[in-house]
Write a protein that binds this ligand. Sequence first.
Ligand SMILES: [Zn+2]
Length: 108
Amino acid sequence: MSYLQLLKALKKENAEKERISKLIEEAEEVSKATQGAEKAEKAEKAPFLKPTGAVSSCYAHPFPDAIEGLGRRHVEALSSCANCETGTWSFYGPWPLCLRCANLGRSG
Ligand SMILES: [Zn+2]
């Protein structure tokens, strides 16, 4: 093999390597794009996994969400109802109220 032939062979080999590495790069880009597409698809689907609409009211049904003049319902440590001394976790403003008394004060 002459020096020229050797050089040509090397050049061909290099050209081949370059072609392969370009193919690899392209394949990587395609796989990245595909992953991106998959992610986009997941992002599009994500909202459907979440509950739709407002989740505010009546999650503590049958407790009213708020009592006019007292305030919104919230949960604190077990206390005695301010009205009848039944144990309750539900507070309206500063007042612990059991289910029965909360519904007595129900505004709507
Ligand atoms: Zn009560």
